[in-house]
Design a protein around this ligand. Structure first.
Ligand code: AMP
Ligand code: GLY
Length: 447
């Protein structure tokens, strides 16, 4: 449709967008993209039951099935393909799409290396003076063992190279644990090829902050900061997970720190990637630790965080499609990226047993009851859900739902999010009751 207004030609609702992925992050992306008046149609691959319930056309094609995605994207002539997860990025999906003339949001394979190779990321930071934990890389088990035997201070952090779904990081409390980890990674290959190279890192302490940033290769625009809750159980105990809850903004991340991170970390990283011939376009995730010596990089991810996206995007006021197109075209400096005041909180409801083995196919009750909550403030992002023949929502993954709310303060957002959690149930559901406690300076709950 064409509209004439103030002598400018406005085309409305003309864009067709494909989102690749099917978790809570993708639900939040789809939700934000659907707010853009320019968008006519959204497809998702593979999506999930919550995304489909929003009128999005979900295709049962896996996010790593590159030929099938290219084929579908080409036939449907999408105006933009937004890639959520790390593995298709590491496999070169964005390069393959662009080679077919299909515009894509996300880094090229050569830039995605910043996440999938910890060795690359560490060496990049070392070469370009970007603050991070001291480290040594090893591709030989014997040399790594010798280094561990000579190490005077504990704990030490051992990271497998490559994508290990957030599980490739072990904090070894002593020599015996470290030797055990090296054997498992490098000899028994519990992380597959990830064990070919390992990084042994100095253990840092301090509050953690996640900062997602839009990057177009040369310009970096940080989003509202956030805080993840990676451990499975209350009191920050239990195994590491993909993330059990998030809050935004992160109160530890003051404007002064933000300025310091821009000068010492964000811009130097963008310039380093450009200088090394792999300019980063897309969303770059900075996992930071605020140490007594200043902010340091713990990790880079080449994509939106999950569940960080669920709390960051609801606070975005600007049209995300304008931003994504500007990122793709290298014109990010021409867009004004605006944020809402207030805060957001997301509580992940997971299947009993996650991150270990868990049952699926359990009916989810109460998803409609959230209509009782303050309008426009609560949103349930689906992560691992499907529908049965009767149209009931069932659990279908480890992280099932990201129950999210916005409020004028973090306290209000948390209250609404937990009110929503109380309305939803499925057998063996587990979630943390102390999301946001650390951010508010409250004691964590006992397990
Ligand atoms: P990652 O998968 O790299 O995000 O690491 C998982 C978690 O391990 C991080 O969120 C940190 O809590 C912790 N971690 C990673 N590297 C270090 C480090 N050098 N010092 C202390 N903790 C770390
Ligand atoms: N929430 C951490 C991540 O997305 O890697």
């Amino acid at each position: 449709m064409l509209y004439l207004s103030n002598s400018k030609i406005w085309r409305v609702s003309f864009l067709k967008i494909l989102v690749v992925g099917g978790g809570g992050r993708e639900h939040a992306l789809v939700r934000k993209i659907s707010e853009s008046p320019k968008v006519r149609e959204i497809h998702c691959m593979p999506g999930n039951a919550g995304i489909a319930a929003q009128g999005v056309c979900c295709r049962q094609i896996k996010a790593v099935d590159i030929p099938a995605i290219i084929d579908y994207a080409y036939k449907n002539a999408f105006d933009l393909v937004v890639v959520g997860p790390d593995d298709p990025l590491a496999m070169g999906l964005v390069d393959a799409l662009e080679a077919q003339g299909i515009p894509a949001f996300g880094p090229s394979k050569s830039a995605a290396v910043i996440e999938y190779s910890k060795v690359f990321a560490k060496e990049l930071m070392l070469r370009h003076g970007i603050p991070t934990a001291g480290h040594k890389s090893f591709d030989c088990h014997e040399a790594a063992v010798e280094y561990i035997r000579g190490l005077g201070s504990w704990p030490a952090v051992i990271k497998a190279d490559g994508l290990a779904l957030g599980k490739g990081v072990i904090i070894a409390r002593n020599e015996a644990e470290a030797l055990d980890t090296l054997r498992q990674m490098m000899k028994e290959r519990v992380f597959g090829e990830g064990g070919t190279n390992v990084v042994i890192e100095e253990f840092l302490t301090g509050p953690e902050v996640s900062v997602l940033a839009f990057c177009d290769g040369k310009t970096v625009v940080p989003m509202v900061s956030s805080m993840d809750h990676k451990r499975a159980y209350d009191g920050d105990t239990g195994p590491n997970t993909g993330g059990m809850g998030t809050i935004a903004p992160n109160p530890h991340y003051t404007p002064e720190l933000a300025q310091r991170c821009m000068g010492e970390i964000f811009l130097p990283t963008l310039r380093a990637m450009q200088a090394e011939g792999c300019p980063f376009k897309g969303c770059l995730y900075f996992g930071l630790m605020l140490t007594a010596q200043g902010p340091k990089v713990i990790e880079y991810n080449c994509r939106f965080g999950d569940p960080e996206t669920q709390v960051v995007l609801p606070l975005l006021e600007s049209d995300i499609v304008d931003i994504m197109l500007a990122v793709r075209d290298g014109k990010l400096d021409e867009v004004d990226v605006k944020w809402r005041d207030g805060a957001a909180a997301c509580v992940v409801m997971a299947s009993g047993g996650y991150p270990g083995s868990y049952r699926t196919g359990l009916p989810i009750e109460g998803l409609d009851a959230t209509g009782q909550l303050p309008a426009g403030k609560a949103e349930i992002y689906h992560a691992g859900t499907c529908k049965d023949e009767q149209g009931r929502f069932l659990t279908a993954g480890g992280r099932v739902l990201g129950v999210t709310a916005i409020g004028s303060s973090l306290t209000e957002a948390l209250e609404i999010a937990y009110d929503a959690v109380d309305l939803v149930s499925f057998e063996e559901a587990h979630y943390r009751r102390d999301v946001g406690a650390a951010a508010l300076g409250r004691p964590l709950l006992p397990v």
